[in-house]
Design a protein around this ligand. Structure first.
Ligand SMILES: [Mn+2]
Length: 323
């Protein structure tokens, strides 16, 4: 299915419930906020509900305060269509998908190669830099005018998902989109500072502690970090710390894969595994083996068990892909 089918369904329904993945970051939030604005511009209703709150680096995004957290009152939200953005799998929405108990139509807009086409209408573009780039295309296709707030949201999404325009998903089209978005007067320095240069001192100390525990595997080709519950139990959102650790890992000479193991706060034995590759190893394959997915250079999965056992299993799988 393509953009035409998506546009046809956007015209068909009137009241959208819009959600994105748990631990939302720039692209999830950017595409969600801009998509909400697109729906409003079509003269329709939209409610945004997420399982997790907006992390501190992204609270500058206009409209992010209207994103509702999933709670008991969410059951009363009225909608005739569930729009899921930036999720390869319906379960990546956390429990938000369960609000669709009447099995109303699901629209799936995503750029993960591992997307399971879980929607009634699916628009999956693995070569798009970001979901935000896809939402930009919807604005164009539907001839809807962009505005400063939406341009800022989309720019933030594209900037974060392309690693500030240096990952291999950055295309000439990405820069065309960005050129359009910058016409709205976005302060690129400020967006970068808000997102990446805004770490509270307590988190900076925590980050240094985590960095010092770096582990090397496979003759230095694989770097691993662990975020254990007891270290971060007072933190509700540390997605940016994860990102900083992953980026630090890949800046080390000779490293091909970086892997981060994070004990989930809510669940006793759940470990989130984030993988990054410098190009040779397809980490989507590694993550898919454990029931997750993502992109060739960036992927993730969630496993149950002791973190020590999971580290061994995942490293062994990565080692297979190295040879
Ligand atoms: Mn994304």
């Amino acid at each position: 299915m393509g953009i035409n089918e998506i546009c046809a369904s956007l015209k068909k329904y009137n009241n959208f419930l819009i959600t994105v993945h748990t631990s939302p970051e720039g692209d999830a939030l950017g595409s969600q906020l801009a998509f909400r604005s697109l729906i409003k511009k079509m003269g329709k209703q939209a409610t945004m509900v997420n399982e997790d709150k907006v992390p501190y680096g992204y609270d500058f995004l206009p409209g992010c305060k209207s994103i509702r957290l999933l709670n008991k009152s969410s059951k009363n939200i009225d909608f005739d269509c569930l729009a899921v953005l930036d999720c390869a799998d319906l379960k990546r929405t956390g429990d938000v998908y369960k609000l669709n108990k009447d099995k109303l139509p699901v629209i799936n807009i995503d750029h993960h190669i591992s997307n399971r086409n879980f929607g009634d209408v699916n628009w999956v573009q693995p070569y798009a830099s970001s979901c935000s780039e896809m939402v930009y295309r919807l604005f164009k296709k539907l001839h809807l005018p962009l505005d400063y707030d939406s341009a800022l949201a989309l720019y933030t999404g594209i900037m974060t998902d392309t690693g500030s325009f240096h990952y291999s998903n950055t295309s000439s089209f990405t820069f065309k989109v960005v050129a359009e978005l910058l016409k709205f007067g976005i302060n690129v320095t400020q967006v970068y500072r808000n997102t990446y240069e805004n770490i509270p001192v307590s988190d900076a100390r925590l980050l240094l502690k985590l960095m010092s525990k770096v582990e090397f595997f496979c003759q230095g080709k694989v770097v691993g970090f662990q975020i254990k519950k007891d270290l971060v139990k007072s933190k509700k959102s540390f997605i940016d710390l994860a990102d900083l650790l992953l980026n630090f890992g890949r800046s080390i000479k000779g490293v091909e894969v970086v892997v981060l193991f994070k004990e989930n706060l809510g669940n006793n034995c759940e470990v989130r595994v984030n993988l990054r590759s410098q190009g040779n190893v397809d980490v989507n394959k590694v993550a898919s083996f454990f029931g997750g997915g993502g992109h060739k250079p960036a992927a993730g999965c969630t496993l149950n068990g002791k973190i020590e056992t999971i580290v061994k299993k995942v490293i062994a799988k990565i080692q297979e892909s190295l040879t």
